[in-house]
Design a protein around this ligand. Structure first.
Ligand SMILES: *Cc1c(COP(=O)(O)O)cnc(C)c1O
Length: 432
C-alpha cells in the first residue's frame, strides 16, 4: 500500500513508515492511494459476516500485500471483542460505538493502531517509547490500545486534579507497559513536556520516541469498519442512508468518506459540531477560518482547527461546490444540547452523551427538510456515564456504571508525581 502526503512534497511511503512516522515532514497528512471499491462479492457476503470477518476483509482490501493475511487476522481478532449495535429509536437510529474498554469510539482506532505498531516493530531490538499528553479521553484510549503490546512502553502525562475520576482511573490502573505521570501543571504543560522531549537531541539519541497522534492513518483505517457494520444491520438497505457524525478533529467523518470511496452507498453525510463550528461555516460560505476553541459540554469536540480538514480537502480536490452537496453541516450550542438530552430521555427513554446529542440534533434538523423514509443513523461516540457530571443533573438520576468500568474504578491508582519542569521529566525518561 502506497501513501502520499497531502502537501505532495514529502515522498510516498509504505504503510509501515506512515504508521511509525505518523506525520510526513512537509507537515501534510498521509493519505492512501488505494481506496478502491470493495468487490461485489464483499457486499454479497456481508449479511453473513461477523464484525471481525468483515474488518479482516476490509483491511486486506486496503492494506494489500503489506501485511500477510494471517497477521491481519491476528491483529483484528485481538483488537476487537466488542460490538457496535444499532438501537432503533423510530425515525432515528443510534450506532453505539462505546462498547469497547474505554467507552468511546476511539477504542476502534487506538486498538488497531497499537497492534499494527506492535506488528511493525516485532523484529526491532529497540523498545519504542510512546509519549502522550492527555486532558482525559485520548490517554485512556491509547493506554488501552497499547496495553501489553510487546516492544512498546507508553508514558501518559496528565494534569494533576484536572481530569475526572473516571478518566484518571482508566489510565492509571493498568500497570504493565503503561506508566502515568501526574504532572503538577496544566494540560498545556503536559503538551509542552512531550513536545520538548521530541525536540531534545540527547533523548532522541538514547531512546526511540514516538507519538500516538490522532492523525495517524492507523487510527482512521479501522474507523471505516463500523460504517459498513451499521449498513449490515439495516433491515431495508434500499432506503437512502444518512450518517450524522458528531465531530471535532473530523477523523470520524474522514473515515466515513473512506467507507464511501470503498463503495458503501451513503446518500448524505452530516457534519455535526458544537459552538466550534468552523467546518459548518466552511460548508455554508466556502471560507475556512480556524480559530481558538471555546469550551462546551461536548468537550471532546472543542476543536478550533480540525486537523483532518486537510484530508477532506484532498479527497474533494479543494472543490467547495462538490463538498457542500455531499456533506451538510450543523452546529448547536450547549443549551440546545442539554435540552436534547432531556427530551430524548423523556420521550424515548434513551440517554445520549453530550456529543451524541449534537449528532442527534443535526439529524433531526436534516430530516425536517428530507422527511421521506430513510435509514437515518447517528453515531454515538461515547457512553453517557463518561460525562455523568453533565448528564446526571439534566435527568435528575444516577447513571448505572457498566461492569467493565466498575472493575477499573475498584483498582488502585498508580501514578508518578512529576513537576512541570522539563529537566525532571527528561531525567526520569533517561533513568527509567
Ligand atoms: C474524539 C471524540 C469526538 C470527535 O471525533 P473526531 O474524529 O475528532 O471528529 C466526538 N465524541 C467523542 C466522545 C470523542 O471522544
Amino acid at each position: 500500500m502506497q501513501l502520499y502526503s497531502t502537501k505532495r512534497v514529502s515522498p510516498d511511503v509504505d504503510l509501515k513508515e506512515a504508521v511509525l512516522k505518523g506525520l510526513p515532514s512537509d507537515n501534510g497528512l498521509y493519505m492512501p492511494y488505494e481506496m478502491f471499491h470493495l468487490p461485489p462479492s464483499f457486499f454479497e457476503a456481508l449479511p453473513q459476516m461477523s464484525f471481525n470477518e468483515m474488518a479482516i476483509e476490509i483491511t486486506k482490501h486496503i492494506v494489500g500485500d503489506d501485511i500477510a493475511d494471517s497477521d491481519i487476522e491476528l491483529i483484528i481478532n485481538s483488537a476487537y471483542n466488542f460490538d457496535a449495535p444499532i438501537v432503533d429509536l423510530g425515525d432515528i437510529k443510534i450506532l453505539e460505538l462505546f462498547q469497547g474498554p474505554t467507552l468511546a469510539f476511539k477504542d476502534f482506532g487506538a486498538r488497531f493502531m497499537g497492534r499494527l505498531m506492535g506488528y511493525f516493530l516485532k523484529d526491532s531490538k529497540d523498545v519504542v517509547n510512546i509519549l502522550v499528553a492527555t486532558s482525559g479521553d485520548t490517554g485512556s484510549a491509547v493506554a488501552h490500545g497499547f496495553l501489553n503490546v510487546e516492544g512498546i512502553q507508553v508514558t501518559i502525562l496528565y494534569p494533576k486534579g484536572k481530569v475526572s475520576d473516571i478518566q484518571e482511573k482508566q489510565f492509571t490502573t493498568l500497570g504493565a507497559n503503561i506508566t502515568a505521570l501526574e504532572v503538577d501543571g496544566t494540560f498545556d504543560d503536559c503538551q509542552r513536556l512531550v513536545k520538548s522531549a521530541f525536540l531534545d537531541s540527547e533523548l532522541n539519541q538514547k531512546l526511540v520516541l514516538s507519538s500516538a497522534n490522532s492523525i495517524n492513518i492507523a487510527r482512521l483505517i479501522p474507523q471505516s469498519f463500523y460504517y459498513f457494520w451499521a449498513y449490515k444491520q439495516l433491515k431495508n438497505k434500499s432506503l437512502p442512508l444518512y450518517f450524522s457524525i458528531p465531530s471535532g478533529n473530523f477523523g470520524n467523518l474522514t473515515a466515513c468518506l473512506f467507507a464511501q470511496a470503498m463503495g458503501l452507498p451513503i446518500s448524505k453525510i452530516i457534519a455535526a459540531t458544537n459552538a466550534n463550528n468552523i467546518v459548518p461555516e466552511y460548508l455554508a460560505s466556502g471560507l475556512f477560518q480556524p480559530r481558538t476553541s471555546v469550551s462546551t459540554i461536548s468537550n471532546a469536540m472543542d476543536v478550533g482547527n480540525p486537523s483532518n480538514f486537510a484530508r477532506i480537502m484532498d479527497i474533494y480536490s479543494n472543490d467547495w461546490e462538490v463538498i457542500k452537496d455531499d456533506i451538510i453541516g450543523y452546529s448547536f450550542d450547549d443549551n440546545q444540547t442539554a435540552q436534547c438530552i432531556q427530551d430524548v430521555y423523556k420521550e424515548k427513554g434513551y440517554l445520549l452523551c453530550p456529543h451524541t446529542a449534537v449528532g442527534y440534533l443535526a439529524m433531526e434538523e436534516f430530516l425536517k427538510e428530507n422527511n421521506g423514509a430513510a435509514n437515518a443513523v447517528v453515531l454515538s461516540t461515547a457512553h453517557p456515564v463518561k460525562f455523568g457530571e453533565v448528564v446526571e443533573p439534566l435527568i435528575g438520576e444516577k447513571i448505572e456504571i457498566p461492569q467493565r468500568l466498575k472493575d477499573m474504578l475498584g483498582s488502585d491508582k498508580k501514578s508518578i508525581p512529576m513537576s512541570s519542569d522539563f529537566n525532571q521529566f527528561k531525567e526520569w525518561l533517561l533513568n527509567k
